[in-house]
Design a protein around this ligand. Structure first.
Ligand code: SAH
Length: 489
């Protein structure tokens, strides 16, 4: 297995000296599908995926990758079972099967979490605790989940058992703390479900406060055993920073944070907004939102436990005035009800954070019909070595004059209908980013004219008089590509 202290981002360990894949589970566990690529290659692949889906809507910015893409997962879970000799083992289920694959150390998981799980494996043996058997339903011990605050270093261990009865529980916890004094809290979760969900509904704190704290973008957040918190805090910070930046807040806006989880994005944005409203359906997460707002001394935020679609419908019916909507739905994307209500509500800007570019693309198409224009999308590599890619997309309301007036130079204000799609600067920037070519406004104007797009009579007349030679075929193709991209031809 690859040396854990190795910092290189190359797939040097694709094969070990004997020619075997360096991670014994490569191709089996279903997690790291890109272990046979270098980090740069996988970033390019993810960029391409987002480009393929989103290019027809807006500019695709360069992916935000990690400096050190290893051991980024701060939430780690392990399933427990028995080997042939009836010794406790732990790992993950093989993809699309129920076969347990043994994991001792995983290159994308926090190292300390792996060590604690290893200690628990040994302790189960010495304490003679019975491992749960899925087939018979007998036995006690099922899963371990570890959550760690990257910034605070706080560690929560969740011991998942089939029943509340845990013999010598006190001694077990004491021995675990002795081996790992860095653990700050231990929680027992009782899970008698027969599906593959790791956590059941009942929790019992065995040591410490029953939750951990972490810090992101200068704000502190409470992480309860079951609440959603991004597993890669380094990239979560990069993502939230970008989302708040795209929101373009001046301190006066009314902002809604939809699908707000534990309130992270809304709380981070609150310092730059007039007021923030958070909506989230999970009651435990909403409780965390409230304590997170208190922990950060945020007074201009309110949270609602509701379905985002229903909540937005009510906001739209009440004709509430909302300037910016930040939204971060689950993988399945948003509901039609939500998107239509969002269109009716009509905020100036929408910042859509997505963990699934396919549903992002689908929902952006709906929002375009609702009168929005996608401006730019930033892919973010939240899960290095896996195929997953996160993205944040800015959309702005087409009819709103306020937004454009601050961004467009006077020269560009008097525009024809066709030109309203993109400014010369946007076209030139797109060509430089995508084709690596610098083109003049005059060239763009020539190609536009060729395609019947009417030019303003006074545009660049000085240059025209100079009779600059005609645009090269390469540049012409690049300009045409840009005009197509901005749906002008
Ligand atoms: N923005 C948060 C959480 C994003 S995860 C963060 O970055 O931490 C998506 C969240 O949407 C989850 O907390 C989930 O509970 C919530 N959710 C899912 N469906 C919902 C719905 N229909 N209405 C409101 N919230 C929903």
């Amino acid at each position: 297995m690859r040396n854990a202290t190795e910092k290189s981002t190359d797939a040097l360990w694709k094969k070990d000296e004997k020619g075997k894949p360096a991670c014994p589970l490569f191709g089996k566990c279903g997690g790291c599908r890109y272990l046979d690529l270098t980090y740069e290659q996988q970033l390019a692949k993810k960029q391409k995926l987002v480009r393929r889906l989103m290019e027809k809507h807006c500019r695709v910015k360069p992916i935000l990758g990690m400096k050190d893409p290893w051991r980024y997962r701060h939430k780690v879970q392990a399933v427990f079972g028995l080997d042939r000799k009836k010794n406790p083992v732990s790992g993950v289920y093989e993809e699309k099967s129920h076969r347990l694959l043994l994991v001792e150390s995983c290159l994308i998981e926090d190292q300390k979490a792996d060590e604690i799980i290893g200690t628990i494996r040994q302790m189960l043996r010495s304490f003679k605790i019975r491992i749960y058997d899925e087939d018979t339903g007998y036995g006690l011990f099922r899963y371990v989940m570890i959550r760690k605050g990257r910034f605070t270093g706080e560690i929560m261990v969740i011991l998942v058992t089939a029943s509340p009865m845990f013999p010598s529980r006190k001694n077990f916890v004491n021995a675990l703390l002795k081996a790992h004094p860095e653990i700050t809290t231990v929680v027992q979760n009782i899970n008698d479900r027969t599906d593959s969900m790791v956590l059941g509904e009942r929790f019992q704190t065995l040591y410490g406060k029953g939750y951990i704290m972490d810090e992101l973008c200068g704000c502190r957040f409470k992480i309860s055993p079951a609440s959603f918190y991004q597993v890669n805090p380094v990239q979560a910070a990069a993502l939230y920073k970008k989302a708040v930046e795209l929101a373009g807040l001046t301190g006066r806006e009314t902002v809604v944070d939809a699908y707000c989880g534990t309130g992270t994005i809304g709380i981070i944005a609150s310092g730059k907004a007039g007021r923030v409203i958070g909506v989230e359906s999970n009651p435990e997460a909403v409780r965390d939102c409230v304590s997170n707002a208190k922990a950060n001394g945020v007074k201009n935020i309110r949270f609602y436990r509701d379905d985002a679609g229903r909540f937005f419908k009510a906001l739209a019916e009440e004709k509430s005035s909302v300037d910016v909507v930040l939204m971060d739905p689950p993988r399945a994307g948003s509901s039609r009800e939500f998107l239509e209500a969002l269109g009716a509500l009509g905020p100036k800007r929408i910042v859509y954070v997505s963990c699934n570019p396919e549903t992002l693309e689908r929902d952006v198409t709906v929002l375009e019909k609702e009168g929005y224009r996608a401006e730019e999308v930033w892919p973010v590599d939240m899960f290095p070595w896996t195929a997953g890619v996160e993205a944040v997309c800015l959309l702005s309301k087409l009819k709103s004059t306020q937004h454009f007036s601050v961004e467009i130079a006077l020269d560009e204000v008097d525009i024809t209908a066709a030109e309203s799609k993109a400014t010369y600067e946007e076209i030139k920037k797109y060509i430089l980013e995508k084709h690596g070519l610098k083109v003049s406004s005059l060239y763009v104007a020539q190609v536009k004219r060729k395609h019947g797009i009417v030019e303003r009579s006074n545009y660049n007349t000085g240059e025209e008089k100079a009779k600059v030679s005609n645009v090269t075929p390469e540049k012409e193709r690049a300009i045409e590509d840009a005009l197509k991209h901005f749906k002008m031809i």
